[in-house]
Design a protein around this ligand. Structure first.
Ligand code: FAD
Length: 518
């Protein structure tokens, strides 16, 4: 049979390692590459302007790659359950393919779409390619239980074997006999919208440091993989939160949107490692991709993963509702230059280093402000280019010592932590120019500078830059006691035991937390 196929791009905005797209092309006469602007996302999630730009750039890049195959991307606005049936009829569709997405909304959306497709006699082919493994299989292999530690998780995936090899991008050969029926006025109906078309306020757009798209992703991957010594020696805890040039790959936005396949990333690393001594998980780059896989697995296995309530793996904490303090954190007005510089970089550029995320997440929650990790999760969801439902929730639970990590008594100092890798405070001076004339001695604690120094620096604390909103030395000790009380009431892992776990080995996160000073 000659099929008319829709390949529905959601994440997976790429041609390489796209098994669902390859399945769409099999015995196919007409292929319609489709992207839906689903209003659910705009009304239920927070997407900052920098991420919108990344998405639009990724769609443009995809369209230009499709053009090279004599095809085009069709962009349509509307809920999938309304749009797809209309397109099934209009385009006489017999087959729908897409990449499996494990997020709760995507799961329920895809269930409904599959039901509808059946009614319209459309064959549906979902393929796994966003994650390294089939997440359900990982849970099955662990006797149907979600592995709750990285060590346990590693032993399960070790038994499964290495991830599948990525599939090559379709070639002109694969497209023989397949066409995309697009018209000359394709743009009129199916154009990729601009930020202005979407009615978005572009006044707060930051510099375009990480342009979206598969070509850019593969170029950046190539660039990193050529640094074989760096790749082989990569140890996450040795990288710096406040380096002026990122000390890790910044491939996360590309992996998040699927401009870069995690399997391609994985196998390229394997190629670099071959025959050489190299670092190992959890600290290596393979280890980082495993963290991603670990949090995807827990996000699938633990109900209400992005919330405290109803999440049995999460310590129930009496976080405070404090809108003023939350706004000060979000808007880089805490009076702690290291924290404010990180929050400024996040807002302007959409990416911050993993340890910088540690610092601000600990500060917001158990360290200083005693505000729920769910509030921090929302701010990251808006501002991160790589904002990812599973990874954001999992890491916020970790940092707030609500799940996975239990050493709540190890608190990052908003003063000492940054100094370790940036004594002069160059990072602070870059993102908080108001402090740029402060001597290094006071750059992390400007409120301690004598008045004469503040005057010489042209910045009076309390007027030109805020005073600290809390006294770290006092609040963090109080908060440790509050965490202790929360743990005494609720010890989550006792409620969700994992078979076969005898001890919790040191993980990368433990190592990172150990670096924290009180
Ligand atoms: P690299 O060190 O170069 O790692 C390579 C890849 O491994 C990354 O691109 C990413 O896909 C994956 N990875 C690395 N670290 C982690 C990790 N701890 N957990 C899961 N995957 C990881 N990452 C996101 O992609 N989206 C998020 O929404 C997100 N929210 C976070 C929230 C908090 C509070 C914290 C502490 C961390 C969060 N992370 C999130 C994880 C991590 O900080 C980023 O993945 C990483 O900093 C991205 O930079 P990179 O690409 O240079 O990482």
């Amino acid at each position: 049979m000659s099929h008319s196929s829709i390949h529905w791009f959601r994440k997976g905005l790429r041609l390489h390692d796209n098994p669902a797209l390859i399945a769409a092309l099999k015995d196919c006469r007409h292929i319609y590459p489709l992207f839906l602007l689903d209003p659910w996302y705009t009304s239920n999630t927070h997407i900052g302007i920098n991420r919108w730009r990344f998405l639009i750039e990724a769609l443009r890049d995809l369209d230009s790659s499709l053009k090279k195959l004599n095809s085009r991307l069709f962009v349509v606005s509307g809920p999938p359950t309304e749009v797809l049936p209309k397109l099934f009829e209009k385009w006489k569709i017999t087959r729908l393919t897409f990449e499996v997405d494990t997020e709760p909304y995507s799961q329920s959306r895809d269930q409904e779409v599959m039901k509808l497709a059946k009614e319209y006699g459309v064959e549906v082919i979902p393929k796994i390619s966003h994650t390294l493994y089939n997440i359900d299989r990982i849970i099955d292999e662990n006797n149907g239980k979600t592995p709750l530690t990285y060590v346990r998780f590693q032993s399960v995936v070790k038994a499964i074997g290495p991830p599948k090899k990525p599939v090559p991008a379709p070639t002109e050969e694969d497209m023989k006999g397949v066409s995309t029926p697009f018209s000359e006025d394709h743009e009129d109906e199916f154009e990729i919208p601009s930020l202005e078309d979407l009615g978005l306020d572009t006044s707060s757009l930051g510099p375009d440091l990480f342009p979206g798209g598969e070509q850019e992703a593969l170029r950046r991957l190539d660039e990193h993989m050529q640094r074989t010594g760096w790749v082989c020696k990569f140890e996450k805890p040795q990288t710096s939160p406040n380096a002026l040039i990122p000390s890790t790959t910044v491939l996360s936005p590309y992996v998040r949107f699927g401009c870069l396949s995690a399997r391609t990333f994985w196998w390229r690393l394997t190629d670099v490692y071959r025959g050489k001594q190299h670092s190992e998980p959890p600290v290596s780059l393979h280890g980082q991709l495993m963290w991603r896989e670990f949090f995807y697995t827990t996000a699938v296995g633990i109900p209400n993963f992005n919330r405290m309530e109803g999440n049995t793996n999460c310590v129930q904490v009496d976080w405070e509702n404090n809108p003023e303090r939350l706004a000060a954190w979000r808007e880089a007005r805490t009076g702690f230059p290291f924290i404010d510089a990180i929050m400024t970089q996040l807002r302007q550029e959409g990416w911050i280093h993993h340890l910088a995320r540690h610092a601000v997440a600990c500060f917001l929650t158990r360290g200083d402000l005693w505000i729920s990790w769910e509030e921090g999760q929302k701010v990251f969801e808006e501002l991160l280019l790589d904002a990812d439902w599973s990874l954001n929730a999992g890491n916020w639970q970790w940092l707030s010592a609500s799940a996975f990590f239990r050493q709540y008594f190890r608190v990052y100092s908003p003063i000492a932590f940054g100094k370790k890798t940036d004594k002069q405070g160059d990072y602070i001076k870059k993102y908080l120019p108001v402090l740029k004339k402060f001597p290094a001695e006071y750059i992390y604690e400007p409120w301690k500078a004598p008045r004469s120094i503040q005057e010489r620096a042209g910045c009076i604390v309390g007027k030109d830059y805020p005073r600290p909103i809390v006294e770290h030395e006092v609040v963090h000790k109080k908060n440790i006691q509050r965490m202790k009380a929360a743990y005494a009431k609720h010890s989550p892992q006792d409620k969700t035991p994992t078979r076969g776990v005898k001890r919790k080995a040191t993980s990368i996160m433990d190592m990172l937390e150990k670096k924290a000073k009180r």
